[in-house]
Design a binder for this molecule. Structure first.
Ligand SMILES: Cc1cc2nc3c(=O)[nH]c(=O)nc-3n(C[C@H](O)[C@H](O)[C@H](O)COP(=O)(O)OP(=O)(O)OC[C@H]3O[C@@H](n4cnc5c(N)ncnc54)[C@H](O)[C@@H]3O)c2cc1C
Length: 408
């Protein structure tokens, strides 16, 4: 049997960051475990089709954990502007990082760049064990520990178990944690495209009645990652098109904003669900990231919310250790739950509201959208509030996301 103070199941971006933060900020014995092979190997010539828009708060978390310089050395693309416009009403809003005195509104980063950079840093921590390719079989909750049994007969015992195993979380299911799930009735098509005109370091999003279409700027000025959210039936149709057919439909749907589009890369499909657990914690057990909440990608927030979960959890635990409290006790863990649940719910509800607002083809609603967007575009204080909120600037930030510590 192997024993740990904290065991994290799931080495995605959120799980790996949680493990790294605990390993760096405490002297506890930590393990990071995944069903798949955990590898820090990165191949510069392989462009990952999965990218995420990373907020400035997430950037600060990565800087404070010593990961940011590795990300920069690999591949990231800052975006300084964001243009959002509505196909139905022709309303448009532009956001600019200069208006909030920042050099960027955020960064587009390939998921594999993030994950391998975090794992590289994890490998430097003596108090962190990395355990790959484990098939978990059962979870047993006792008063003093949680025990995981693998299919091969090994046991892992931990004082605190963290479930970071994504939207289909095994830990959540085993622990019997209930969650609300709603089908967004959208599927996202993801691929990388070339554009005739340069992307101008701008994140573009056009709202169609069927769903939003985003062009996210990559390091090459004529290359974007697209996320096209639409009805599942339309996604099936778009996936079946030839490259030539797809790229001409894509250029039309995007209003030819960046001229001709060449779409020769493979297209991937993700069916989108809104999930939110009723409880983030049980005695000795916590959920973080997509295991606790999944959100529509239109606001580019899934990873960002998950990283804030990780940073808040570490704050709560470090405080508990300082005050010599049992870090896995329910009352300590509840502080994390209270902190994160309301923030995540606010973002989930905001995204839901935006999705419904832009889906309506009723004329008065379209007119309202047009007026609303035109007015908002001229009200700097509202735009700056939204920019600040989306960049992760909230009143009650965890230490890792707040300021950059001097030693980084
Ligand atoms: C199309 C699309 C675009 C998106 N764009 C953005 C964006 O721009 N910005 C943003 O912030 N977010 C974005 N997101 C959301 C983001 O991708 C997710 O929120 C994020 O990847 C969740 O990370 P995670 O570490 O919580 O989970 P995951 O990435 O799902 O990782 C879970 C890990 O757990 C492991 N695992 C699963 N089951 C087990 C098991 N039984 N035992 C052991 N290990 C297990 C898996 O192998 C995996 O390594 C987007 C999502 C989609 C679908």
């Amino acid at each position: 049997m192997s024993t740990y103070d904290i065991l994290i199941v799931g080495s995605g971006i959120v799980g790996a960051t949680t493990a790294l933060a605990f390993a760096q900020k405490t002297k506890l014995k930590i393990a990071l475990l995944d069903a798949k092979k955990i590898s820090a190997e990165w191949h510069a010539d392989h462009a990952d089709p999965r990218v995420s828009a990373i907020s400035l708060a997430s950037q600060r978390i990565f800087q404070n954990l010593g990961v940011w310089s590795t990300l920069q050395a690999k591949r990231i693309s800052p975006y300084q502007k964001m243009v959002v416009w509505d196909a139905g009403s022709h309303g448009e809003i532009q956001f600019d990082s200069r208006a909030i005195q920042e050099v960027a509104l955020g960064y587009i980063v390939e998921d594999s760049v993030m994950r391998t950079s975090i794992l590289e840093q994890c490998a430097r921590c003596d108090n962190l064990a990395i355990i790959s390719s484990v098939e978990l079989d059962s979870l047993h909750e006792a008063v003093e520990y949680v025990e995981l049994q693998t299919k091969s007969g090994h046991a892992y015992r931990t004082k605190l178990l963290i479930g970071a195993d994504g939207g289909q979380s095994w830990v959540r299911e085993q622990a019997g944690i209930e969650f609300a799930c709603r089908d967004y009735a959208h599927s996202a098509l993801v691929t990388t495209v070339k554009t005739e005109l340069p992307h101008q370091m701008t994140a573009w999003q056009r709202f169609l009645a069927t769903g939003p279409l985003a062009f996210l700027p990559l390091a090459d000025l004529h290359t974007c990652s697209i996320v096209w959210s639409t009805s599942p039936a339309e996604a099936t149709r778009l996936l079946a098109l030839s490259n030539t057919e797809f790229q001409s439909e894509l250029a039309v749907a995007f209003d030819h904003k960046l001229g001709r589009v060449v779409a020769e890369q493979q297209r991937y499909r993700f069916d989108l669900y809104r999930r939110h657990v009723k409880n983030y914690v049980k005695p000795r057990l916590v959920l973080v990231g997509d295991a606790a909440h999944t959100i529509h990608p239109m606001a580019g927030q899934g990873v960002n919310l998950g990283l804030l979960d990780a940073a808040c959890l570490v704050d709560v635990m470090v405080d508990a250790i300082k005050n010599q409290r049992d870090l896995a006790s329910f009352s300590v863990l509840r502080r994390y739950e209270r902190w994160r649940k309301s923030d995540n719910a606010t973002m989930l509800n905001f995204v839901e509201g935006v999705k419904c607002l832009f889906a309506s083809e009723v004329k008065p609603v379209q007119q309202l959208r047009h007026v609303g967007m035109a007015v908002t575009n001229h009200l700097d204080f509202i735009k700056n509030y939204f920019s600040r909120y989306a960049t992760g600037d909230r009143s009650d930030m965890p230490k890792l996301a707040h300021t950059i510590s001097e030693d980084n």
